[in-house]
Ligand binder design. Structure first.
Ligand code: ZN
Length: 275
């Protein structure tokens, strides 16, 4: 499932593919209505056809795509949901397998928003006023672009009795951290994911802040080529503990990785080296 690193890769790809380009034609699949909520596929296609690409920003798992159409700014908020991805094909190539929207560009390429499970989202933002979108306004500072201040993280963890792993997934605190990277960060910081936030010592909070950023940077660095296959789709598992229940811990090599369910999501950890 896409988290900050996968969305960062998507942002980098899109910047490269769309620099100076215009959208010649848009097709939005009528059967993929949910992707275009609360609008419709037809209205979405009508709104962005003919637009020219501008800046593409990423905050957490959100892509903020600025366009210009008839001299006026226009925005598209894009979210990959659970299985979304951006793929580039040449004109005349068959559509990607789960193509939900196709953007034919003036250089002959076609960008596909591909999404098996339809939880992704493409939403027009009038005037590119992204700050007026409640989901965007609610996001905390992006941990990759802005770094994580251990003091601020410590304050936030002290204010809630939630297990630390669940708390790390709060997008108002750490946008872009999801189920996978929350487990990975706790493992790297040697913190038991079941511990309550207020129980963490300052040095543990500091380790956690560093571990989140390092895990994400590693995730970005190991991506090869522009096309992602998510673990859930049968891609190789590149993670230290995520999805590795019953396997030997890669650090202590003594205990086996355990899985517990927290807030309806699977958490993976080493019971021996995470305290
Ligand atoms: Zn271990």
């Amino acid at each position: 499932m896409p988290e900050l690193p996968e969305v960062e890769i998507a942002a980098r790809n899109l910047r490269e593919w769309t620099a100076g380009r215009s959208i010649v034609r848009v097709e939005a699949s009528p059967t993929a209505k949910y992707v275009f909520r609360p609008s419709s596929p037809k209205a979405f296609a009508r709104a962005v056809a003919g637009a020219r690409f501008g800046e593409i920003r990423r905050i957490g798992k959100n892509l903020l795509v600025s366009l210009e159409r008839d001299g006026a700014p226009l925005g598209v908020l894009a979210h990959l949901g659970m299985t979304g991805k951006w793929l580039r094909r040449e004109a005349g190539d068959p559509p990607t397998r789960f193509s939900r929207a196709r953007f034919a560009l003036d250089d002959g390429a076609v960008l596909h928003f591909d999404d098996l499970r339809l939880f992704g989202r493409l939403r027009v933002v009038p005037g590119a006023r992204f700050d007026e979108v409640p989901e965007v306004a609610a996001l905390g500072p992006d941990p990759l672009d802005r770094g994580i201040d251990p003091a601020a993280l410590g304050d936030a963890l002290r204010r809630s009795k939630l297990p630390v792993k669940v708390r790390l997934m709060d997008q108002a605190l750490l946008p872009g951290v999801g189920n996978i990277y929350a487990s990975e960060a706790c493992f790297r910081a040697r913190v038991d994911p079941r511990r309550k936030g207020p129980s963490l010592a300052p040095r543990e909070v500091k380790a956690l802040a560093g571990a989140i950023v390092t895990a994400m940077k590693d995730g970005i660095a190991r991506q090869e080529g522009p096309e992602i296959t998510y673990v859930e789709e049968g891609g190789a598992n590149p993670f230290l503990v995520y999805g590795r229940e019953g396997e030997k811990c890669p650090r202590c090599r003594r205990a086996k990785i355990q899985r517990v369910v927290q807030a309806q999501r699977s958490t993976f950890f080493c019971p021996r080296c995470q305290r």
